[in-house]
Design a protein around this ligand. Structure first.
Ligand SMILES: [Zn+2]
Length: 473
């Protein structure tokens, strides 16, 4: 083998920046001493060209795929993941989202004011995301500048973190310290640059003056923004009918106040009217699509074909703590389920693109990670794949990454079974909040158990960052 080269051989999936996924049943990924990719492709083609010695090239621990990225996740909710809506009634007034925030989420976020607790939460978050193959993304911290600084210091560089703005409909202990906000953002931006995201919690909890201040600060410091949009019906009517009756729409609030001009990542975007889609598409906004969260809170299903037709960039994200897991494999599985039979675009190949190359571009990391190409980082994860080697990309993703089969996917597409019926009602806004939600919740938790722990090893720019217990090398 050439001096200075490193290689790993095994079944390999390479998501394309444009469409589809390349699959090599016997592939190889070659890197150099600087942790950059030198070559990717079929072993039979690459190995003679680079004079690779089969005896010297280690075999992978399963499928080789690019590392995963999560562009919407809440760090302080990591300790309560999957318990977001615990002890919330079937359909409380105001909806499950607002009730859960008040009862379970705000207390968890309040605890991060203490630096020791914040450090502990961030450390667990870092370990758990890495164990699921996630090496970066865009996260929300809390309203506390000190906790935000801790997260930015402790998390590796592909993570961006948001200092959360809130000044209404939240407990007093979670209000933004408005007099010192400009200084807090200036100090964090000075030390961390665009890894700091100015974070408008959502229009329910942030009034127009605070949002405009956030927009001005983002512009001054060259930062982007993130927020939530059109997640639940009750939330949408509170914003459009009560809080901002003059804004035209929920999206209109963010357009009017300048947020849409700050390259925002907009989470959910389920209940968009056509004019809202136009507002988003006219800006450099992108959408965090969170099928597990949208299922477990009964929020609905993002209109995938509408978003694609409008050309709005989007990626799959966990929205932990609603999701019980930081596994984006679980998110891929749920993406296939919620769009089964309603969107031809929801393919296994597209699901993989939406957790790799799509978020990498959204996060400004697309020239380094997300796909395998010469000159990019020699960064990859290895995912356990039992049984015979998959023959196609589709089979490799379904069986290898998601532990499922074509037959199961077809069942969802036909609408067979209580789970598929409940998903259809979720999509058509006819959900039975008792029975259907219980069925869907149980299905997500079964999938979580199946898909957590499949990642065997995580390598970033030539350095092994994480190895699953029981993996030898
Ligand atoms: Zn969220």
């Amino acid at each position: 083998m050439n001096a200075g080269l490193h290689a790993i051989r095994g079944p390999l999936l390479n998501p394309s920046p444009t469409a589809g996924v390349d699959h090599f049943a016997d592939g190889v990924l070659v890197g150099d001493d600087r942790g950059r990719i030198v070559a990717v492709g079929a072993w039979d083609e690459v190995s003679p060209r680079l004079n690779l010695d089969a005896a010297a090239v280690p075999r992978s621990e399963g499928l080789i795929v690019p590392p995963l990225l999560d562009a919407h996740i809440h760090i302080p909710q990591h300790p309560i993941r999957g318990r977001f809506a615990d002890n919330i009634g079937v359909q409380p007034a105001g909806g499950r989202l607002l009730a859960s925030l008040e009862q379970n989420v705000f207390p968890a976020e309040g605890r991060c004011e203490g630096p020791a607790h914040a450090r502990h939460v961030v450390a667990d978050f870092a370990t758990d995301t890495l164990a699921n193959g996630v090496i970066g993304g865009a996260a929300y911290m809390t309203v506390h500048p000190r906790a935000t600084r801790i997260a930015l210091e402790q998390l590796p560089e592909p993570w961006s973190v948001g200092l959360v703005l809130m000044n209404g409909r939240c407990p007093g202990y979670l209000r933004t310290d408005e007099p010192s906000l400009a200084d807090d953002i200036a100090a964090l931006a000075h030390d961390f640059g665009r890894r700091l995201i100015v974070t408008d919690r959502f229009a329910v909890s942030v009034d127009t003056p605070l949002r405009k201040q956030g927009v001005a600060l983002a512009r001054n410091h060259g930062l982007r923004m993130q927020t939530h949009l059109d997640e639940q019906r009750a939330e949408k009517s509170l914003i459009e009918d009560v809080l901002y009756p003059d804004a035209g729409s929920y999206t209109g609030v963010y357009a009017r106040d300048g947020l849409l001009d700050c390259e925002p990542i907009l989470a959910h975007c389920i209940h968009l009217r056509p004019e809202e889609v136009e507002l988003i598409a006219a800006t450099a906004s992108s959408i965090a699509h969170c099928p597990v969260s949208n299922t477990m809170l009964g929020s609905g299903v993002m209109p995938l074909d509408v978003i694609r037709a409008a050309g709005i960039p989007h990626a799959l994200c966990t929205d932990v703590g609603v999701s019980p897991t930081t596994s984006l494999l679980c998110e891929m599985a749920q993406f296939l389920k919620v769009h089964a039979g309603s969107s031809a675009a929801a393919t296994p190949e597209e699901a993989l693109r939406l957790v790799t190359v799509a978020p990498a571009r959204m996060l400004g990391l697309g020239d380094r990670i997300g796909t395998f190409a010469s000159g990019m980082e020699w960064s990859f994860i290895e995912v356990a794949c039992e049984g015979p080697l998959p023959v196609t990309a589709r089979e490799a993703i379904l069986r290898g990454l998601l532990g499922t089969t074509e037959a199961v996917l077809e069942k969802w597409q036909r609408g067979d079974g209580a789970e598929a019926v409940a998903v259809r009602r979720l999509r058509d806004e006819g959900l039975d909040w008792g029975h259907d939600l219980a069925v869907l919740d149980a299905d997500v938790r079964v999938t979580t158990v199946r898909l957590e722990g499949r990642v065997r090893r995580v390598t970033r720019a030539g350095r092994v960052l994480w190895t699953s217990p029981g993996t030898l090398r």
